[in-house]
Structure formats: C-alpha cells, structure tokens
Design a protein around this ligand. Structure first.
Ligand code: GDP
Length: 446
C-alpha cells in the first residue's frame, strides 16, 4: 500500500539528514523531490501543487522548533499536510436518531461494492449493530446471489427480490427493504446499488431514484484505488450525479501507487471513511487519515496494531505469559512460546504485522520475501519435543536434538537455531517485561 510513495518520500528526506539548518536551496530541492514523489504515486496534479506550496511555505522558517532538527521538522510538516489532504480528522459513521440508519453504496461495477457491503455489515455487527443487506443491484446477472453469498459469510441477512415484491425494479426493492428492516428491527440497512463499467446518465438517474426512495443517512461512494487517475474523475461524476457523504477506498492491497485515491478527499471535499484491503470479510477498517499518513511516512501504525492485537489475543493467555516473563507464575516455556506465536499469527501475515511497525520501510524487500512457512517449520519443531522438553528447554541435549530434527523433518542445525533463539528471545522479553515494556510479543523468527 503506497509503497512507492513511502520510498520516494524517504529518499527526499534523506538529503536533509545531518543538516543544522535549512537553506532556501535545501527547501527548494526537497520540495521538488516531494513533488516528484507525489506525481509518481499518481496523486492528482492540483493536489500536488497545493501540497508542495503548503510544505514550502511552512518550511520557510516560520515554524522553528527547538525540539526537532530540520529534517524532522519537514517530516512533521509533510505528515500534517498528508493528514490534511486525506481529510483531516477521522470521520465516523452517523447513525439515524430514530428508525434504521440507511447506508447507500454507489460506485462503478467492479469497484468492490458488493464485497464491501458484506465487510461493512460484518464490521457493524462487531460494533453491536443488527444490520441487513439489500440487493438493489438487479443489473448484473449474479449480483443478488453474490450478495447472498457474501452476506452469509458475514452472518448478516440479505433482503433480495422475491417474485411479487417488485422484481426488476431496484427502487421498489430498496423501498420495501426499509419497511422490512423496521418490521424485523434491524438498526442499519445497507443498500447495494448497481454500477456500470463506466459513468453513464441512466445509472446515475437510477441511483438518484433509489436515494430519493430510501433517504439514506449516509451515501458512500465506493472506489477501486487501483484505477489510477480515473478514480478522481469518477469520484467527481458521482458527486455531481448522485452526491455522497463519504468515500470508501477498496483494493488498497493491490497497488503500490494508489495515489489517485489520496487525491479524492481533497478534490471532492468528501472524507475517506473506510478502506478495504483484501478479499476477506475482515480486511476492512475505518480510515484514519493520521494513521495512513504515518504509514506512508514509515512512522508505523502502532495504534491499529494494538487494536487488532486486542481483538485477536486471548487476554487471559497474554496476561499469563506476561506474568511469567516478569518472573511470576513459573518459567516462560516453549509451550508458551508456541502459544504466543499462534496468537500473533491470528493478526495476519508477518508481512502485514511488521509493516505496521515504524521504520520497517527499509526492510520491505526482506518482508516481501519472508516465507510465512518458516513459522510452520518452527511450530513443527516445537511439536516434536516432549512436554518435558518444552517445559525445560535446557534439557534438550545433542541426542534429543537429533531426535527432534528427525521427528519434524528438519536439520539438527534448525533445532539448534530455534533453541538458541528461544533463549535469546526469552532473555530479551524478560528484560522488557521487567522494564514495563511490551509484554507478550514473542521473539521474531527469521
Ligand atoms: P461491485 O461490482 O462493485 O459489486 O464489485 P465486487 O464486490 O463484485 O468486486 C469486484 C472484484 O473485486 C471481486 O472479484 C472482488 O473479489 C474484488 N475485490 C473487492 N474488494 C477487494 C479488495 O479490497 N481487495 C482485492 N484484492 N480485491 C477486492
């Protein structure tokens, strides 16, 4: 996600390192590089112009801080300007004061609306809501079935046209869905509408009729971040044709450029509210401009990592591990290590997790090449140990190592490596835990 932009911006800042103060020429050169970085990432030209002008003006000394060196100051300014173009503060969903909250999705065919409808519904369910999905996309042959499949995956009911309830007329379906939601006490209704491959007047008119029929509390424009500059023109066309309150970016997992998507908030004046980065129903989250800016600047996204960890981790287990590491409740064993590894795995791939830590940009290549099966191999080795060995790894001598290697189909050197790393990791984590640092994160393999 935005890897090109991250790399280019990092390059732009590199030249400033070690400078005591910034000359006019330094600022100009950096501004030029930032400009190229943004253009290469596909950020729309008017946005780039404003962005660079703002950075330059602010960098010209009116903001001298004693605490930051010039390079840090520029990074700070760029960070704040990125947050600005991404829409500033996180924009939360507005719920209706009475009756069901109606959310309507609009966007081109293939933008990812149907997929997103289910993701949003799943997310709402996690927030304690009782959403219902509505299939008002009757244009695409299997759109209704697709929504039903996705709805099932998300565990959310789908209101779909039945014979006699207005088949063929999406406006009627949408209207009836609101009645149904009231009857069945659903508090959120998500209306998925039809899109065409390109912007066209009939599609806009139909979307506008659905809008008028259901009076949405929020209209979300769904856009594929991979379509480049077209994303901006399509966003503008939908704004004029249907209007919307917020933007949802999809397929952020796909493109290293994706900068056009970064321009949409700034050009349309509508905030990006959600982002979706993958095909799984859980690959979806509220869009936080500040966190995205941090990620782009390789400052990490520790907030998201912590939130995801809180969701995925078994609290009791984590507490137990933390206690052991701080010297209470027995030794931290290989079983605990295995358990922790499995917990971390629930967060996603190592690549995804590490990508959220600050300063990882420089390891991008290694991360991309990281073999996720390495973790399976480590687990296989630990599973080939006896409970006594896992409890007391110090007893694992030469002949035991040979047996474990054989049992797990690995080399003795792999077993040696693992045992050594375990002791190192345990030592490191114990010192962390004693110092009040992060408990419960196992030593990284690989
Ligand atoms: P719709 O026509 O707007 O309803 O689009 P769909 O929901 O049918 O999505 C079009 C295609 O994009 C499908 O193959 C989806 O699986 C895929 N897709 C949707 N969202 C994402 C995403 O965030 N990442 C990736 N990689 N693919 C996605």
């Amino acid at each position: 996600m935005f890897a090109t932009l991250s790399d280019r911006l990092a390059d732009a800042f590199k030249n400033l390192r070690g400078k005591g103060r910034l000359s006019e020429a330094d600022i100009d050169a950096t501004a030029r590089e930032i400009r190229i970085a943004l253009l290469e990432a596909d950020v729309a030209l008017p946005v780039v112009k404003d962005f660079v002008a703002a950075v330059k003006e602010r960098a010209r000394g009116e903001e001298v801080s004693g605490a930051l060196n010039p390079a840090q100051q520029i990074v700070k300014i760029v960070n704040e300007e990125l947050v600005n173009i991404l829409g500033g503060e996180t924009r939360r969903l507005r719920y209706a004061k009475s009756g069901p909250t109606v959310i309507m999705l609009a966007g081109l065919q293939g933008a990812g609306k149907t997929t997103l409808a289910a993701k949003l519904a799943h997310w709402l369910k996690e927030q304690g809501k009782t959403p219902m999905l509505v299939a008002a996309d009757l244009q695409r042959p299997n759109a209704v079935t697709q929504l039903q499949v996705n709805g099932e995956r998300a565990g959310v009911p789908v209101f779909a046209p039945q014979p006699g309830n207005g088949v063929g007329d999406p406006v009627e379906v949408a209207r009836q869905s609101i009645e149904e939601a009231k009857r069945k006490l659903h508090d959120v209704v998500i209306v998925d509408t039809a899109g065409r491959l390109g912007v066209d007047a009939e599609m806009m008119a139909r979307a506008a009729s659905i809008r008028d029929a259901v009076q949405p509390d929020e209209i979300l424009f769904v856009v594929d971040a991979m379509i480049g500059q077209d994303a901006v023109t399509t966003a503008q066309a939908f704004l004029d044709g249907v209007g919307y309150d917020g933007v949802v970016l999809t397929k952020l997992d796909g493109d290293a450029r994706g900068g056009a998507a970064l321009s949409i908030a700034s050009i349309t004046g509508k905030p990006v509210m959600f982002a979706s980065a993958g095909e799984k129903v859980t690959d979806f989250d509220v869009f936080h401009p500040d966190r995205m800016a941090s990620r782009i600047l390789d400052m990490g996204d520790v907030m998201t990592l912590i939130e995801q960890a809180e969701k995925a981790f078994d609290q009791e287990q984590a507490l137990k591990a933390a206690q052991k590491l701080s010297g209470q409740g027995g030794d931290f064993t290989l079983d605990d290590f295995l358990e922790q590894m499995q917990q971390v795995r629930k967060l996603g791939s190592m690549q995804k997790i590490m990508g959220m830590l600050p300063g990882m940009g420089q390891f991008r290549e290694q991360l991309e090449n990281f073999d996720e099966r390495e973790i399976d191999r480590i687990q296989a080795i630990i599973r080939s140990m006896t409970p006594a060995e896992r409890d007391n790894p110090k007893m694992i001598d030469g002949s035991r190592r040979a047996r474990i290697a054989k049992g797990s189909g690995r080399q003795v050197s792999d077993v040696n490596n693992l045992v050594d790393r375990f002791f190192e990791a345990r030592k490191m984590m114990m010192s962390f835990a004693k110092g009040g640092g992060l408990p419960g994160m196992p030593g990284m393999p690989g």
